[in-house]
Design a protein around this ligand. Structure first.
Ligand code: ZN
Length: 260
């Protein structure tokens, strides 16, 4: 059935907000607002472990011997499934509320093109990244911006949003994940790491020519230019990395949007 959606327009149509997605806090907005990570999965981990241990003591199905699962095993599995459903529902509820409020408030939303499925390869972080639902949040913002007529800009995955000073534009060479506070060596500003990362892409929007609501538009400006071995200072003209602005369409490169 085709229907015409009548969604309210964003309340601040000219406002630009940068959103830094993460694990420590689910999202940090460039306005300074922090959306904490509710960690629904962590909250039931203990119960889940106990139930799975209980199930392992009961007689489960066995393909080789043709053993049917016992009714006690089934009842434990039912409890496990119920817990997982509850976690998934709670996570979905929070993500929907966040993405709706973002799309109904700000005219332009800047997200980073995160390689979520790639980050899931890190087995120490995989559960936390999956539990946060960053890829799902981006998917929801993507379609909800078309409903509310706001604009979604995806910053390139190679744009050094965490390492760039949001005040003066100096780019740090290295910033390990454990460093939670950003200290600029040039201008001396001290900011929370995630807030700094959220402010940068928001400033980037003005530099994107006619930034449309496509997943590939911002992948054009900031190409990876190798691993810098020392801090770069000036934001001379053009890109945030301090390199001269690319001239002509020939230098642009389009990223294929990967939906994770
Ligand atoms: Zn600085």
């Amino acid at each position: 059935m085709e229907i015409t959606r009548t969604d309210p327009k964003p309340s601040q149509p000219n406002a630009v907000v940068g959103v830094d997605l993460g694990v420590k806090s689910l999202a940090v907005l460039s306005t300074g607002q922090v959306i904490p990570n509710p960690k629904h999965l962590e909250a039931v981990q203990k119960t889940l472990r106990r139930l799975n241990r209980q199930a392992s003591r009961r007689i489960g199905p066995d393909k080789r011997t043709g053993q049917n699962p016992s009714s006690r095993w089934r009842s434990t599995q039912n409890r496990v499934a119920k817990l997982h459903t509850r976690v998934a529902n709670a996570r979905r509820d929070g993500l929907h509320k966040l993405s709706t409020s973002l799309c109904r408030t700000y005219g332009t939303i800047v997200l980073e093109d995160l390689n979520v499925s790639g980050m899931m390869h890190n087995h120490r972080l995989a559960r936390h990244i999956g539990g946060a639902g960053m890829a799902e949040l981006r998917r929801q913002i993507d379609y909800k911006t078309t409903w509310s007529n706001s604009r979604l800009v995806i910053a390139s995955r190679w744009y050094p949003s965490s390492k760039t000073c949001s005040d003066c534009g100096a780019v740090k060479a290295k910033l390990p994940l454990r460093v939670r506070v950003f200290r600029c060596v040039e201008c001396g500003c001290v900011l929370d790491r995630d807030l700094n990362a959220a402010r940068n892409p928001a400033a980037l929007v003005d530099e994107i020519p006619g930034g449309q609501s496509t997943a590939s538009c911002a992948g054009t400006l900031n190409k990876p230019d190798g691993n810098p071995c020392k801090t770069r200072f000036a934001r001379a003209a053009g890109t945030a990395t301090g390199r001269p602005a690319p001239t002509g369409a020939g230098q642009r490169r389009r990223h294929k949007a990967t939906t994770a």
